[in-house]
Design a protein around this ligand. Structure first.
Ligand code: HAM
Length: 425
């Protein structure tokens, strides 16, 4: 027997039975984002590796350990996108969006790729809904609050409850440097107890230690007293206004002074939304402000804020989303070769009337085909066979009432069938 080929590790097929959950999430998203005046953007699923290295940071796990580089393109170096922000910023700069609009409000829905060790809620190909607001002079705490409240509203509309929103401020680049020194001072005498990765992180990027999953490191981090002294007065004031904005918008949140996020580009506001029912991979989504990324990638002095939600995690948290109930308006069964010619024409006529129709192309018995029609929840069945052709009729069966009648078809004119189906709608 030929060897079967499996789906790549850490990826999944989304089957027809699950698709309505996905389409529902996408529809709710598009509608809400339209209401907030966001426009969709679609960028390639791979980019120059350099883009991710320069934006997410050389020391981030996403770049350091999880970037899936494309083989065979060694000269230029391309990687599958691990997230969407870097690509959107690349596009914003390249397409000169700053010259077209004061504030570009953009969103994307699509697959992202990270070479992680797969587990529940952690995939190598997963999907994000991402939102980015980018513009010159757009550093407004009210926009941060709007973005955060939008992410919460979206989750509620999708049907999620009971998740937690944590926020923090990293301040400006100078504040982040202060934060880094304070962390280093606090961790200095515990350095030797950290895991080997974190000993390395201490020098390369001390923030990453706060996200370490190693139990000893977590205990050490848990005992740290940080406060927000690293923030300048202006940054504290900015953060206070974000918090006030959230209160005004009725968004509940908790300030977590150890929330730093795993990607380098953040400044000022950062946030994360988690659902404790998800187990170890509990983040439903996250985001924050990134004031320097556009400039850092060669663009104008534009500021930005955004977030991304993981679709697979949302579906996991929805806990048994409804399976699709299959239905079909009309199922046509042809019993011989001549009847097939009529069946195909009838199907074409019904479809032109926007009536959902399918033809059974199987050649099993009528009984077996009726059983199948039941299984697929066909609302009506049209049977065409030798008897029917002799009389210039088709047999129409309403599967809900079991009523059966003969409907005339003259010269391949199917108005009687169309009328019958439309009347029952
Ligand atoms: P992130 O925290 O890396 O942020 O990812 C956002 C969300 O994507 C996570 O909270 C999670 O729900 C989902 N996610 C991430 N990795 C995986 C995975 N391996 N399997 C399943 N789901 C996953 C970003 O990507 C930023 N670009 C967010 C952002 C947008 N910040 C500003 N703008």
């Amino acid at each position: 027997m030929a060897k079967k080929i499996s789906v790549p590790r850490g990826t999944t097929d989304i089957l027809p039975a699950e698709i309505s959950t996905w389409q529902n999430i996408e529809q709710i998203t598009r509608k809400l984002l339209g209401i907030y005046n966001y426009k969709e953007i679609r960028t390639p699923i791979y980019e120059e590796t350099d883009l991710f290295q320069r934006s997410l940071g050389q020391t981030s796990d996403v770049v350091n350990k999880q970037l899936l580089q494309l083989a065979g393109d060694k000269k230029e170096g391309f990687s599958l996108r691990p997230e969407g922000t870097a690509s959107v910023v690349r596009s914003y700069i390249e397409q000169g969006l700053d010259r077209k609009e004061a504030l570009s409000k953009l969103y994307y829905i699509g697959p992202m790729f990270r070479g992680e060790r797969p587990q529940k809620g952690r995939l190598r190909q997963f999907h994000q809904i991402g939102v980015e607001a980018i513009g010159v002079d757009s550093c407004s705490p009210y926009l941060d609050a709007e973005i955060i409240s939008l992410s919460v509203k979206l989750l509620h509309l999708i049907g999620l409850e009971g998740f937690e929103l944590k926020i923090n401020s990293l301040g400006t680049v100078e504040d982040k440097n202060n934060f880094s020194s304070i962390l280093k001072d606090n961790l200095n005498d515990k350095r030797k107890d950290l895991c080997s990765d974190c000993q390395d992180r201490y020098d390369r990027n001390v923030f990453r230690i706060l996200d370490c999953k190693n139990e000893t490191c977590r205990d050490i981090v848990h005992d740290l007293k940080i406060g927000n002294d690293y923030l300048s007065d202006d940054s504290k004031e900015y953060f206070n206004r974000v918090k006030d904005g959230l209160v005004d918008l009725d968004v509940s949140f908790e300030v977590d002074e150890k929330l730093v996020r795993g990607l380098d580009y953040y400044t000022h506001t950062v946030f994360e939304i988690s659902d404790s029912n998800l187990g170890s991979q509990d983040a439903l989504g996250a985001g924050g402000r990134y004031s320097n990324l556009v400039k850092q990638l060669g663009g104008p002095n534009a500021d930005a804020v955004g977030f991304a939600l993981g679709i697979e995690r949302m579906i996991l948290a929805l806990n048994n989303p409804a399976e699709d109930t299959k239905t079909l308006e009309v199922f046509i069964i042809a019993l011989d070769e001549k009847s097939f010619k009529i069946a195909v024409q009838l199907a074409d006529a019904l479809r032109k009337e926007d009536i959902q129709t399918d033809v059974s192309y199987r050649s099993t018995s009528l009984k077996a085909q009726m059983k199948f029609a039941n299984k697929i929840n066909a609302r009506s069945v049209v049977i065409i066979g030798e008897e029917e052709l002799k009389e210039n009729v088709v047999t129409f069966k309403d599967m809900e009432s079991s009523d059966q009648l003969s409907l005339k078809i003259d010269n391949n004119e199917f108005s009687s069938v169309i009328k019958q189906i439309k009347e029952r709608e």
